[in-house]
Design a protein around this ligand. Structure first.
Ligand code: SF4
Ligand code: SF4
Ligand code: SF4
Length: 310
C-alpha cells in the first residue's frame, strides 16, 4: 500500500463495541493499514462530534434510536464508501432478538429484573427512546460493502480494507462455514436430536451426523469456521448463506433440517420443529432483516411467544 493516506471515519450505533475491538484485533496488520489510512472520527480513539468528509466510512451496529438514525445519515452524507461492518449493521444482529419483546420488557429486564445489572436508576432524561424495531442500516441508507460477522474475522477485515484502499473491486465469497470445516459429513443411524451439552461429540464427524444442530450449512463463511473446528457447533453469527438470502423458498430451518435428515435417521420435520421451538437462539443474528423475516419465518415471533407461554 502506498501513496496519499485514505481518510477513514468509523461510527457505532446500537452495538456491543465488539466490532470496533475487532478492528484493533488486526494485531500487527493494523500497522499496514495505518500506513495508508488516516483515522478521523472514531468513537474509541477520537472525540470529534461532527462528521468530517472521508473516503471510507465504517458503520457498526443496528439502528434502534433517533441518534443511531441521525449518525447513519450523517456518515452517508460525508463518506464516499460505506461499509456495513458486522452482523448487527448488516442484519440487525443479536439486538434483533429484542423484536420478541416490548420496549418496556427490555428496559425492565436490564434495569429491574436482571441480577447482574439491576439498579435503582432507570435512565430516561436526555436518552433517546428505543424504537419499536431493530433496523439494519441498509433500510435507512445506501450501503456499498457488506462485511457480516460477529465480529468480522481479521482476515476479512484486512482483505476488505486493503481492497478499498487500493481501489480494487472486492471479491464476493459465497462459501458456507461447512466449506472451511474439517469435520466429515457421513450417514449415521442416529434417531434423536441431542442438546448442545449432551455427551461428547466425536471431533472428526460433522455435528449434524451426530444429532447436534449446527448452522454451518446455512451460514456465510466470514470467520474461517473457528467454532466447529474447535468443538462447538456453529450458531450462525455471520448471518445467512447466499442461498438462504437469494432463494425465497430456502430458510435456515429447512436447509439444516433437510441436510440433517439425510445424514441421520431423524425426520426433517422433527428438526424443523426443534429449530422453531428455539427460534430466539437459531434466528438470533438475522431475525431483524426483512431478507429473512419475509420468508415463512415471519412466524418467528409467534414461535418464541408460544415457547415463552409454556
Ligand atoms: S456484530 Fe457482534 S461484535 Fe459486532 S457490534 Fe454486533 S454484537 Fe458486537
Ligand atoms: S454442519 Fe457444522 S459440523 Fe457439519 S460440516 Fe458444516 S460446519 Fe462442520
Ligand atoms: S463458526 Fe458459526 S458461530 Fe462460529 S464464528 Fe463462524 S459463523 Fe459464527
Amino acid at each position: 500500500m502506498s501513496g496519499e493516506k485514505v481518510l477513514l471515519n468509523t461510527e457505532w450505533l446500537c452495538d456491543c463495541g465488539g466490532c470496533h475491538i475487532a478492528l484493533v484485533d488486526l494485531h500487527e496488520k493494523i500497522l499496514n493499514v495505518l500506513e495508508s489510512v488516516e483515522i478521523q472520527k472514531c468513537p474509541v480513539l477520537t472525540d470529534i462530534k461532527e462528521y468530517p468528509e472521508a473516503e471510507i466510512g465504517i458503520l457498526t451496529g443496528s439502528i434502534r434510536t433517533e441518534h443511531d438514525r441521525h449518525a447513519a445519515l450523517e456518515m452517508r452524507k460525508k463518506c464516499k464508501t460505506i461499509i456495513a461492518f458486522g452482523t448487527c449493521a448488516v442484519y440487525g444482529g443479536l439486538h434483533g432478538a429484542g423484536l420478541a419483546h416490548s420496549r418496556e420488557e427490555l428496559v425492565d429486564c436490564v434495569y429491574k429484573n436482571s441480577k447482574t445489572t439491576k439498579t435503582d436508576f432507570v435512565p430516561s432524561e436526555r436518552i433517546d427512546a428505543l424504537s419499536h424495531e431493530v433496523t439494519p442500516i441498509d433500510e435507512v441508507i445506501d450501503v456499498d460493502l457488506y462485511l457480516p460477522g460477529c465480529p468480522p474475522h481479521a482476515h476479512f477485515i484486512f482483505e476488505s480494507l486493503t481492497t478499498l484502499i487500493e481501489k480494487k473491486k472486492p471479491e464476493t465469497n459465497q462459501e458456507t462455514v461447512c466449506g472451511r470445516c474439517r469435520r466429515v459429513m457421513k450417514k449415521t443411524d442416529v434417531t434423536e436430536i441431542k442438546d448442545p451439552l449432551e455427551g461428547v461429540p466425536d471431533e472428526h464427524t460433522c455435528f449434524l451426523s451426530q444429532g447436534y444442530i449446527c448452522l454451518g450449512s446455512a451460514t456465510l463463511d466470514r470467520c474461517l469456521a473457528p467454532c466447529p473446528n474447535h468443538g462447538v457447533a456453529c450458531s450462525g453469527c455471520a448471518g445467512p448463506s447466499m442461498q438462504i438470502l437469494t432463494e425465497p423458498t430456502r430458510d435456515i430451518r429447512t436447509e439444516v433440517a433437510d441436510r440433517m435428515s439425510r445424514l441421520t435417521n431423524i425426520p426433517a420435520e422433527k428438526v424443523k420443529q426443534r429449530i422453531e421451538s428455539s427460534a430466539k437462539t437459531h434466528y438470533a443474528y438475522a431475525m431483524a432483516t426483512k431478507m429473512v423475516g419475509n420468508k415463512p419465518t415471519f412466524l418467528i415471533q409467534k414461535w418464541i411467544a408460544d415457547v415463552e407461554a409454556q
